[in-house]
Design a protein around this ligand. Sequence first.
Ligand code: URA
Length: 248
Amino acid sequence: MGRSAGGEALRLDRYLADMGAGTRSELKKGIRAGLALVNGKVEKDPGRKVTEEDTVSFRGREIAYEKYVYYMLHKPAGVISATEDRRQKTVLDLIEEEDMRKDLFPVGRLDRDTEGLLLITNDGDLSHALLSPARHVDKVYYAEVDGPLGDQDEKAFAEGMQVEEDFRALPARLEIVGSGPDKASALVTVREGKFHQIKRMFKARGREVTYLKRLSMGPLVLDERLLPGQWRRLTKEEIRSLKGEETD
Ligand code: URA
């Protein structure tokens, strides 16, 4: 449950930490020192409950409540797309914003060895909309495989191939970037997100995927300035386009 959804109260120090105003310990000190105002009055109790209806400021700056946050992560190989794991490093371990919000999750999964675009948020509705099979959101991947690719493969992807007995893929687009006797590379666009989808589709064509990277999801494109393991917040335009709203 969102801790602050629907006007639910949050501690003042937690509210400020969630909005990126500082670490909990810095904020506690600052609040005790009289640097926080709630509805125009100094509030020295870090445990004072506030809601999104309150006007909160810290160090002279008004801190508006942001219910949802959105991060673009360039997922590196070797980390898993889970929120918590006792043994393995997760994508959330990579986001080290001071005293990070505790309600974040990745939108969908990439395999441990897959790199590329991963959206991380606490917005359940957006996640649902992007992952819903009925919405057919395009995902573009760059793939390398262990043998040649040709017109027949492009045709098979385009027609919607029978991948396994119980898995017929929707029509997808295969654009061959380069092809040699023992290696090929391609861009693949799929409109669904079945488990190991790309690897299984190539396998049905007799090829093993040796490298896989997601480049985009709907209108959201991986920022190539982000190195594997790096992340940034989405811009307002990116958030709007993901939600299917008009951009100015
Ligand atoms: N398809 C795969 O096979 N693996 C991924 O990580 C994503 C899509």
